[in-house]
Design a protein. Structure first.
Lengths: 291, 254, 289
């Protein structure tokens, strides 16, 4: 029994990690608390749904188009909203509120166009695998596999490629990049592209599993933020630790207490970390000098 | 002549990541005097100020305000005990008016406590009109008369320093810490600023300042401590310390 | 006609919420997105006092205020230790935890089923059971709150808060006790918000957690940002604007099914445009910078 719950927790953790990786990529580099990541998340799944179920495109192209549209949306947000604020040297608070505005707009647009009901992409029961004493559906396995592939590629991207070096440099010291004559505007667009891609992958996989509705974005966003903080801000892959911790913790809460309290406990954990270990599990304590 | 030690620093030490910024420093600040802390950049002067005013906790050592130990207290507790500070980057409240800035210099006002606002409104009102008058006087004293309703942010840097001084003066602080008072000030404004500092009534007061401008030091200091690499390297009358060839070597590389 | 009176009642309720949130955001500079939590605590606390303990509206209102103020202490503590984004996140977490409790502690709050049959406000046997009478009550309470808040805004306390907002370090160097001031601000803001909660509960006579969600908190924060903060008129103008806007949309003949979504889309755009071109809002003093 415990094994089943842990397995479920790990699968959920895999999804959380994917979205969280995208969110933390954006935050670590641009310092933007990109709440609208939730919109990219839900938007991708709706485009996927539209092509697959409404326009009856085949599965893979629909999925790809869902991802692609999420990427476009993310890039759009950077170009239209965030970059002008960045050039004006606006504070992070302003970016955050703008992000909230974007999110409110897009989520309501989706609700307006599609209604509030859940859209199912795959009605009926899923085929399952049995691994040891644990039962997992096909899509759950796919989610976990996707996580492994993505995190591996992401790790290589960050640590080996030039692009990865640029990203890490930008995260460390944004101004340094410009002194080397590197255009940060292109880098930022790529950052939003990759971050949004991750969000899209997660939401489209989940859409295959349980469908989608206009309000799925916010919970995913919140879990991303909490994962990032628990894992440790500033270290790109640390969100994975956070994601899995929350996935498994929520599962254990469902098992031992009740499904209802998952969210509250997740946020209690967040506040505990904010107060007692703000640098997260992997982060190093930053010295805050008052003057 | 009575020499009361208003503020005493004993064996003060502070390190940052393995680097000793302040190393077993001993300082005596005599009441009624204007004492200068000088020394090359990084000598630890601002760190000492930070520890005195409660923004940093010393690793070792003690700070005594007369017979009360104050190291480790919070900044507002230190302020309420009578130690006021002028920051190097001034820190006026930019979006507030000049008048509001000065009013905020009053350290203890019954109106700061919401309960008092509703239970003893008359007392609050009286205090408010008192300090309003005082504020206007101090604004006049520093030469900013007529600018009471301007936003502090719209003043020039030198004028902001004057404002910060007025804010300090209304607070009736016994110890005033001035962190590089003339830094960044238009050379034209330095003399009026120094005249102002000299006109601050010194009865019961002690002024301690950090400065890099040697002329300023010679001009207003009664006593000087020369710090280098976190330690007190020399002290005494300004002309003696600054005349010391060792000091000149360290400071000016001559 | 009743419809118009209903709008005025809503203006009173939301006006109180805006004025109290302004104390946090516009005066102390504490950007909070958990105000709906206090609104909800007030509503539920006073409702439970009225229904389970038979309290009259007015004592229940005071009880709600006390409950809210106590909870405010819970979020005030993190506010002392956290800065910037971290603090906002903590308020977010607080909002979600409170919502979760309201929704899931079915034994206490009946969770999603809500609490029906809330008694109308009454004073010495006189019941405010019609809309015009209730408008009288809510306007009276609103005016009381308005005077109270005005006193605070223009007091040395209010001045200290503005100093904190501008520069905490300079403020503390001038003897301002930061933790005490912040705790007071949260306590007062939370307590006032709960007054709105009590009014709302006794007005609609049914409450459930869906009125006190994160979205509602964001809406309240938007009121203060759009109208402007840091002074008296900002929040009032913000309330007028944000409450009347959806009504204006209704007049344009927008069907009721889409109206809520369109309204949200409009205020989403508003936030974006405002932050870009006019961060101080319509009439605010504090440039949310």
């Amino acid at each position: 029994m415990l094994a089943q719950f842990i397995a479920n927790g790990l699968v959920n953790g895999a999804i959380y990690s994917i979205v969280a990786l995208g969110f933390s990529l954006i935050y670590n580099t641009t310092k933007i608390f990109h709440i609208a990541h939730a919109s990219v998340y839900v938007f991708s799944s709706y485009i996927f749904y539209t092509f697959y179920r409404i326009l009856n495109f085949p599965l893979i192209p629909s999925f790809a188009l869902g991802l692609f549209s999420g990427v476009l949306l993310g890039i759009f947000m950077e170009i239209l909203v965030y970059r002008p604020l960045f050039l004006k040297k606006a504070s992070s608070g302003i970016a955050l509120v703008s992000s909230i505005g974007i999110n409110v707009f897009i989520v309501n647009l989706i609700a307006l166009l599609y209604g509030n009901e859940t859209k199912i992409l795959f009605p009926g029961v899923q085929k399952t695998f049995q691994i040891g004493g644990v039962i997992l559906t096909r899509i759950q396995v796919a989610e976990f596999v996707a996580f492994i592939i993505i995190s591996f590629i992401y790790f290589l991207l960050l640590r080996i490629t030039n692009f990865g070096k640029l990203i890490r440099a930008y995260a460390n010291n944004p101004t340094l990049l410009s002194t080397f004559g590197i255009e940060d505007s292109h880098l930022r667009i790529w950052i939003f592209a990759v971050g949004s891609l991750f969000a899209g992958i997660a939401s489209c996989l989940v859409a295959i599993d349980v469908g989608t509705d206009p309000n799925v974005g916010m919970p995913a966003l919140l879990v991303s933020a909490v994962s990032m903080i628990i894992g440790g801000i500033g270290i790109f892959e640390s969100a994975i630790i956070g994601g899995f911790l929350i996935g498994v913790l929520q599962s254990l809460v469902v098992w031992q207490i009740s499904a209802r309290w998952q969210e509250a406990i997740t946020f209690a954990l967040l506040i505990a970390f904010l107060l007692f270990r703000p640098q997260g599990i992997l982060g190093r304590r930053k010295r805050i000098e008052e003057i | 002549m009575e020499r009361r030690i208003a503020l005493k620093v004993l064996n003060l030490t502070k390190s940052f990541g393995g680097l000793k910024a302040v190393d077993s420093v001993n300082l005596d600040f005599i009441e009624g005097r204007i004492t200068g802390l000088i020394g090359p950049n990084g000598a630890g002067k601002t760190t000492i100020f930070n520890m005195i005013s409660g923004f940093l906790i010393p690793d070792q050592g003690e700070i005594w305000l007369e017979n009360k130990r104050i190291d480790g207290l919070k900044p507002w507790e230190v302020a309420k005990l009578g130690i006021g500070r002028l920051f190097q980057d001034v820190r006026v409240f930019r979006e507030l008016s000049v008048l509001e800035n000065v009013l905020l210099g009053v350290v203890d006002h019954p109106g700061e406590y919401p309960l008092n606002l509703f239970f003893i409104p008359k007392l609050v009102k009286k205090k408010e009109s008192d300090i309003l008058n005082k504020a206007r006087e101090w604004i006049k004293f520093v030469g900013l008369e007529g600018k009471e309703n301007l936003n502090a942010g719209s003043l020039s840097f030198g004028q902001q320093k004057l404002l910060a001084l007025a804010r300090l003066l209304i607070g009736e602080f016994k110890i005033i810490l001035l962190d590089e008072p003339t830094a960044g000030v238009n050379p034209v404004m330095i003399k009026p600023l120094l005249d102002l500092i000299r006109r601050i009534p010194l009865t019961g007061r002690t002024i301690i300042f950090i400065e890099h401008n040697m002329n300023v030091v010679l001009n207003i200091a009664n006593w000087v401590y020369f710090l280098d690499e976190g330690k007190v390297a020399s002290f005494g009358l300004p002309q003696d310390v600054l005349g010391n060839p060792e000091v000149r070597r360290i400071y000016l590389g001559v | 006609m009743n419809y118009l009176l209903h709008i005025l009642i809503m203006l009173c309720i939301y006006g109180i919420l805006a004025l109290s949130l302004n104390l946090l955001i516009g005066y102390a500079g504490l950007f909070s997105i958990c105000h709906a939590a206090f609104y909800g605590i007030g509503a539920y606390a006073s409702t439970l006092l009225m229904i389970k303990t038979g309290f009259n509206f007015f004592p229940a209102l005071i009880g709600g205020t006390l409950a809210s103020s106590l909870f405010a202490l819970l979020i005030a503590y993190p506010s002392l230790r956290l800065r910037g984004d971290y603090f906002i996140l903590a308020t977010l977490g607080f909002q979600l935890i409170i919502y979760s409790i309201l929704y899931n502690w079915v034994g206490l709050t009946r969770g999603p089923y809500g609490i029906p049959g809330i008694p109308r406000a009454s004073l010495f046997g006189f019941e405010f059971d019609s809309i015009p009478l209730f408008l009288l009550l809510s306007s009276a309470i609103f005016l009381l709150v308005l005077f109270f808040v005005k006193r605070l805004y223009f007091s040395p306390f209010g001045r200290d808060l503005k100093a904190i907002r501008e520069d905490e370090i300079a403020a503390s160097a001038l003897g301002k006790n930061l933790p005490l001031l912040k705790i007071w601000t949260f306590t007062i803001a939370g307590g006032l918000a709960s007054i709105s909660g009590s009014l709302y509960a006794t007005y609609v006579t049914y409450i459930d957690p869906t009125s006190f969600t994160l979205d509602e908190s964001i809406f309240l924060t938007a009121i203060v940002l759009v109208g402007g903060s840091g002074n008296m008129k900002g929040p009032l103008i913000g309330t007028l604007f944000m409450i009347l806007l959806p009504e204006a949309l209704r007049f344009l003949g927008l069907p009721d099914t889409v109206a809520p979504n369109v309204r949200q889309m409009i205020y989403g755009i508003f936030l974006i445009v405002l932050m870009r071109y006019r961060p101080q809002g319509i009439a605010g003093e504090f440039k949310f910078e």
